[in-house]
Design a binder for this molecule. Structure first.
Ligand SMILES: [Zn+2]
Length: 411
């Protein structure tokens, strides 16, 4: 009798745990710098943020460093979907000539582990699917979206292209309608929604009423998607993560342009219902490459040690051990620094002087340089015993997360 009771209890527990399905949606609205978001009424984003947080987050890699990334659209989206900067993903502009597919997108990480789960993309720009995610390409394992809605800008009959680009406002609305419908009806496990009209108005009118109105419209569209998610949560036992961000800000003088490294062009943000956030999200300087590991945690994606050694972000939720790795010169010595987020335990410092992962997707050969208490926050690097190399990939591996910095010796 007792045994039956225990078995019943155990079964019930399993059912309860298994029933809550994890789902995630991320939305990129194009070219909305943080100051603009802060000054305008965006009640729908506010409602999401009320459950989670609005974080200032940088785009553009680290200014002046080996991973600096142009504040241009396609590189900005790729930072988000691959969790690495331009020095790795190799998308410097909107021509998208040779993305480095050795760095998988969040969609590939997810599908590789859960081939039966569904992914969706809702976007004006077809290249997001065909080039950045690389649908059907041999290099991406011929990944396929289960739900896709894009390329409407190519349909000039249904969406005739006027010079005021009102057709793009209509396309964004059609994209939103379809994303909301699919979420309500089919609830893809992981979706990307991309809205473009804000950037069009920024380019055409700079900081202006028209640009502000476009941002307010995007907020309404986000509200429409959030309504669909709330409906799913009410009617199904699902745990939804929503993340909204932007690919770049705008130039400080006029708001017409972007691409450079000014504070305003780099000023992205992350609005999310994720809660609770960890110490890093609350205290650190977060960036858009943190979105991938955060979504990965929510969807229970396991990342291998080799993958974690390459990712440039830190999860915003759950436990983390370290963040903000830096390599500095200190009295003729090369010193590695980090911020401890956990004062217990040790971290391992690894170095590789090859770059096989970037060149061919293979694992690099890492050598252990030392093991140090996390709370020390620093470690003197002695690279003298290593072969001279154009690159040293330094990895700090701790219990809850792994971070990296590269030393790139200019030729
Ligand atoms: Zn853009």
């Amino acid at each position: 009798m007792k045994k039956i009771f225990i078995i019943t209890l155990f079964t019930c527990f399993c059912i309860t745990v298994a029933a809550q399905k994890k789902k995630a949606v991320f939305i990129i609205i194009d070219g909305v710098s943080k100051d603009v978001l802060d000054k305008l009424p965006t009640p729908n984003i506010d409602a999401i943020v009320k459950e989670g947080a609005l974080l200032s987050a940088f785009q553009g890699g680290e200014r002046g460093q080996y991973n600096q990334t142009p504040t241009i659209s396609a590189p900005g989206y790729t930072n988000v979907i691959s969790g690495v900067w331009y020095n790795k993903h190799n998308v410097p502009d909107n021509a998208i000539k040779a993305p480095n597919y050795h760095y998988p997108t969040i969609f590939r990480f997810f599908k590789n582990q859960y081939p039966e789960k569904k992914i969706g993309i809702f976007s004006s720009w077809e290249d997001n699917r065909t080039k950045l995610v690389g649908e059907s390409l041999a290099q991406t394992g011929k990944i396929k979206f289960d739900y896709k809605f894009d390329g409407l800008e190519l349909d000039t009959v249904k969406f005739p292209q006027d010079k005021d680009r009102l057709f793009m406002a209509k396309i964004d609305q059609a994209v939103t309608d379809e994303a909301a419908r699919q979420i309500k009806e089919n609830a893809p496990d992981l979706s990307w929604v991309y809205l473009e009209y804000t950037d069009d108005m920024g380019h055409m009118f700079g900081d202006s009423k028209k640009y502000d109105d476009a941002v307010v419209s995007a907020d309404k569209q986000i509200g429409q998607i959030w309504e669909a998610i709330k409906l799913r949560k009410k009617e199904h036992d699902e745990d939804w993560l929503i993340v909204i961000t932007t690919d770049h800000g705008r130039d400080p003088k006029t708001g017409h342009h972007h691409g450079g490294q000014s504070d305003r062009e780099r000023a992205s943000w992350i609005a999310t219902n994720a809660s609770p956030l960890n110490t890093y999200a609350k205290k650190g300087e977060v960036s858009v490459v943190d979105i991938l590991p955060t979504v990965a945690r929510h969807l229970n994606i396991s990342l291998s040690a080799n993958q974690m050694r390459e990712l440039d972000g830190v999860p915003l939720t759950g436990k983390v051990s370290i963040y903000k790795p830096e390599i500095i010169a200190d009295n003729g010595k090369t010193v590695l620094k980090w911020v401890p987020a956990d004062d217990q335990g040790k971290l391992k410092v690894w170095v590789a002087s090859d770059n096989k992962f970037k060149e061919s997707g293979l694992a690099d050969t890492y050598k252990l340089l030392g093991e140090v208490p996390i709370k020390d926050g620093r470690f003197t690097l002695d690279l003298s015993k290593l072969p001279s190399s154009a690159i040293y990939k330094i990895v700090l591996e701790a219990k809850y997360n792994t971070v990296n910095r590269w030393i790139v010796n200019k030729k």
